[in-house]
Every structure is written in C-alpha cells, then in structure tokens.
Design a protein around this ligand. Structure first.
Ligand SMILES: NC(=O)c1ccc[n+]([C@@H]2O[C@H](COP(=O)([O-])OP(=O)(O)OC[C@H]3O[C@@H](n4cnc5c(N)ncnc54)[C@H](O)[C@@H]3O)[C@@H](O)[C@H]2O)c1
Length: 294
C-alpha cells in the first residue's frame, strides 16, 4: 500500500490529471483531486476515464482494477471538503505562479496535519521559496513529474533548504512505488531538467535567428544527430513559447548569467501571441497541419 493512504492532488489541469491517474493506478490510496475550477475537474474526470478505457482496450489494465481505482478517486472543488480527511501527502500541480502556489499552500498548511508532506510539481520555481509560505519547510519537497506523468519514467526530487532527509527518503520511495526513476537535484533555478532543456531550446532559437539553418533542419539535426525524439523548436512549440520565455527569464535573473538571456526572436513570438501548438502557430503552423499540409 505504501506510506500514504490519503493523497490530495491539487490542480486538475494537464499535469494534475495524469498525476491523479498514476497515483490511483499504482497505489491503493484514496486520491482526492482538488481544483478551484469546476469545469477543469469535470474535464479531468472524463480524461481519466478515457485513459483507463484505452488501457483496458490495449489489454494493459483489467476492468476490475479500473473500477477499483475509479472508486478511490474523489473530486473536490472546495478546500472546506478536506475537513475530517486524514490527508498524508499533497502533490500540487496548479498554475506556475509563486504567489498563487504560496497562497494555496498557506491555506493547506492551516488545514492539514503538520506531518502531512507537501510536494510541488513546479518546473521552475524555488522550492525553498514556496515552502516559506508554510510552517512545514522540513516536510516540503519538489516532486517534478514529466508529461504525460503516467507514462514518463522520470521524477526529479528537489529538497528545499530545510527539507528533512526523512521527507526526501519518503518521497523517493513513493516515486519508486509509482514505478518512476528518481533523480535528486538541489534547489537552484531550473533544477537539472528545466535548466538543460531550456538552454538547448534557447540556443536553437538563436541558431534560427542568426540564419545558421532553417527550423526544419535544426530540428532534424537534433533528432537524427543526437537521437532526440523531438527537435528543440518543435518541443518549444509543444511546451508553449510563453512558458519557455517565463522560465528563461527566471533562469536569467536566478543566476544573473547572460548565457540564459532569452532570444529576442522568442520574445517576438510571445509578443505577437504566437505561442506554439496551443494558439495554432509558433515556429510551425499547426493550422495548416490540421488542414492536411505543412
Ligand atoms: N505542462 C507540463 O508539461 C508540465 C511538466 C512538468 C511540470 N509542470 C508544472 O505543473 C504545474 C501545472 O501545469 P499544467 O500544465 O498542468 O497547468 P494547467 O494550466 O493545465 O493546470 C493548472 C490547473 O490549476 C488550477 N488552478 C489554478 N489556480 C488554482 C488554485 N489557486 N487552486 C486550485 N486550483 C487552481 C487551474 O484551474 C487548472 O486546472 C505547473 O507548476 C507547471 O510548471 C508542467
């Protein structure tokens, strides 16, 4: 069963939904999914059903196990509903904003027992800084999943300045129970994965801006030359160019080092609201792809 029997997933967006599915699938815990937006919760519930039904159709999940996990997933749209529940782990996956995350954790800090571990799925914010909104910095840790969280093997675990060894151990063991490979990273901007991933993306955008090669050739070079499943410009479109720019700005100010300065071409895309796949156009034009061409 594992150490945790009542888990709260805060945020039912893209990441929270897959993290909730993973937790219900791999543990026998009750998994509470909380979001302040009711529509997001409804969408999350139906996405989880779709993922489960696809897994059943592929013979990867038994109907009885799916029914069992659905019975342990509960959706709540108000923190009042946490009263009386002995939540022992929170995994937060709400919007990437230090004040919004801080406000939520401060509220949860007042509602949940002090031994309950708080984990944040932030990609780029300081764990130490988010933890400072609570009185439980020893029980606060970064638990960074990758998208989609029920498929990707990696979890990056990030202790803040005051996180206890016991918390790191408990969360590492829990990640293994979720069938993940753990890497530990210290709490410096971008940890391992966000820092290295964004440096490559930013440099690829500079390479494009300087006319070294075309977008297609830059992506092909990294796919075939380095065996990357996606080229860096395709990946930037997939992540969202606004998110890439925000992270680069955080790396730039966090380290005060010019090597992280965001490429002006990236800034232009964001200023013109061409943010990648989600707006239909970024480095590539997805509206044309949908119509059948490129
Ligand atoms: N998208 C990715 O590939 C990815 C990968 C790793 C980590 N992350 C991190 O995961 C987190 C979530 O990202 P996402 O892509 O799932 O975002 P998303 O926009 O899909 O979902 C965010 C959810 O948070 C909810 N929310 C916002 N404020 C809230 C509040 N105060 N209380 C409760 N719910 C609130 C929203 O209603 C929404 O459903 C971010 O910190 C992000 O950096 C994202």
């Amino acid at each position: 069963m594992g150490k945790f029997s009542n888990i709260l997933i805060a945020g039912s967006g893209f990441m929270g939904t897959h993290i909730a599915y993973l937790n219900a699938l791999k543990t026998k815990a009750c998994v509470y999914v909380y979001d302040s937006c009711r529509l997001s919760l409804e969408k999350s519930q139906s996405t989880i059903k779709d993922i489960g039904l696809k897994a059943i159709a592929k013979g990867k999940l038994a109907q009885a196990d799916f029914d069992d996990m659905l019975g342990r997933l509960k959706y709540i749209d108000s923190l009042d509903k946490l009263k009386g529940l002995s939540i022992d782990l929170v995994i937060e996956a709400i919007v990437e904003d230090i004040n919004v995350k801080g406000e939520l954790f401060a509220k949860l800090d007042g509602l949940l027992p002090s031994e309950c571990i708080f984990a944040s799925n932030t990609s780029s914010l300081s764990i130490t800084q988010i933890a400072s909104f609570t009185k439980r910095s020893q029980n606060f840790v970064g638990m960074h999943f990758f998208s989609p969280a029920h498929v990707m093997k990696l979890v990056e675990i990030i202790p803040g300045l005051d996180t206890s060894r016991q918390t790191v151990e408990d969360i590492s063991q829990f990640a293994v129970l979720l069938d993940k490979q753990v890497v530990l990273a210290q709490d410096f901007p971008g940890f391992i994965t966000t820092r290295l991933g964004l440096v490559l993306i930013n440099e690829a955008i500079y390479t494009l801006m300087e006319g070294v090669s075309s977008k297609e050739e830059i992506d092909t070079a990294m796919k075939l030359g380095y065996n990357h499943p996606m080229g860096p410009l395709e990946l930037a479109d997939f992540i969202g160019l606004d998110i890439c720019l925000n992270i680069l700005n955080r790396l730039y100010t966090g380290y005060g080092d010019s090597k992280y300065r965001p490429c002006p071409l990236l800034k232009n895309y964001v200023a013109s609201n061409n943010l990648g796949r989600k707006t239909g156009r970024g480095f590539y034009d997805y509206r044309q792809v949908e119509k059948g061409g490129k």
